[in-house]
Design a protein around this ligand. Structure first.
Ligand code: PSU
Ligand code: MN
Length: 314
């Protein structure tokens, strides 16, 4: 890869390195949603659509993955194809897995946690995904709490998501975020969205109605020296919302199926996502694709507003 900028273990594309050096907006995108969250080739289609969405909104996309012993920040089409076609054969990398995959040269997709780490290393402040990991239902027995929550507590990146799926325990997830000092901002809503539905009945810590307000909160938090992430929850577009009762039913079945099969650890979330897609006849996948694109668009707006604040004398 001639002309790529290397920084320790990171490899940035020239376009991303230039944009960051010129304080122009860049949006990080994760790759576990590509490898483990959607089937091929819809995952490739989505990965390309997300990049286009970010560009259309005036920012540079930076999809992040681990390849050939490097953290790649910005994937060309060959690399996207490699990751999308590998699917779950790629490693699913959270904080604990990142050094291992790099050391042994594995092909790895980054979760929200690992993408935040890489974005922070590269100097990217805003990251778009679909849903974050959280506290699983029954966590009082299984202790299954996603490392995404700890990463949000410690790594200074704004994560734009559509809330969290109710495969998780949403009240417990919000309690952990509160304990760990993570602002949860609702974009145009006072309620934490529940991924496939716009509402959960649970309040966010603050409602923001425009990207400038979000950017101001980011700058203020980090200027204060309060390290750690900010979660911006953007509800699924109205036209793409799924029926909440039908989804609750599908989620109940997906959880029962995972339980019966004894699925544990990092396999739980991918297993549930695949089961939901089967149980909804693909409607969950269509909704997932729509909401993640909208998150990419909003993230580009936040990145532009944040870059404008950071401009010297700006
Ligand atoms: N939730 C989704 N879709 C996803 C994921 C979560 O609705 O694709 C992925 C993200 O990469 C997230 C990871 O960071 O799963 C969380 O995995 P775990 O629950 O094992 O921490
Ligand atoms: Mn887990």
């Amino acid at each position: 890869m001639p002309n790529h900028l290397t920084q320790g273990r990171l490899t940035l594309t020239p376009e991303i390195a230039d944009a960051l050096a010129g304080n122009r907006p860049v949006v990080a995108l994760e790759s576990t949603v590509i490898s483990h969250g959607m089937p091929y080739p819809k995952n490739l289609e989505t990965a390309r659509a997300l990049e286009a969405e970010v560009r259309g909104a005036g920012a540079v996309p930076a999809t992040i993955a681990v390849m050939d012993g490097r953290i790649r920040v910005g994937l060309d089409d060959d690399a996207l194809e490699r990751l999308a076609s590998a699917g779950p054969a790629a490693w699913k990398l959270s904080r604990r897995d990142l050094p291992v995959a790099l050391a042994v040269g594995a092909l790895g997709a980054t979760t929200v946690a690992a993408t935040m780490i890489a974005a922070r290393m590269a100097g990217i402040a805003v990251f778009a995904t679909g849903g974050i990991g959280g506290v699983h239902r029954g966590a009082e027995h299984s202790f299954d709490v996603s490392a995404d929550l700890d990463e949000l507590a410690r790594t200074s990146v704004c994560v734009v998501c559509a809330g969290a799926k109710s495969i998780l325990d949403l009240p417990k997830t919000l309690e952990v975020l509160e304990t760990r000092g993570v602002p949860v901002l609702g974009f145009g809503t006072g309620e934490f969205p529940a991924f496939y539905s716009r509402r959960s009945g649970l309040p966010v810590s603050h409602r923001c109605d425009n990207v400038t307000e979000v950017a101001n909160i980011l700058r203020t938090k980090w200027e204060l020296g309060l390290e750690g992430g900010v979660l911006l929850a953007n509800p699924i577009p109205l036209a793409d919302e799924l029926d909440a009762d039908a989804m609750e039913d599908a989620i109940g079945r997906a959880l029962a199926d995972a339980d019966a099969k004894g699925i544990k650890g990092k396999d739980v979330t991918p297993h549930l996502l695949a089961a939901l897609e089967r149980l909804t006849g693909g409607r969950s996948l269509t909704a997932n694709m729509a909401l993640i694109r909208d998150n990419a668009r909003v993230a580009a707006g936040v990145a532009a507003a944040y870059a404008a604040l950071e401009k010297p004398n700006g």
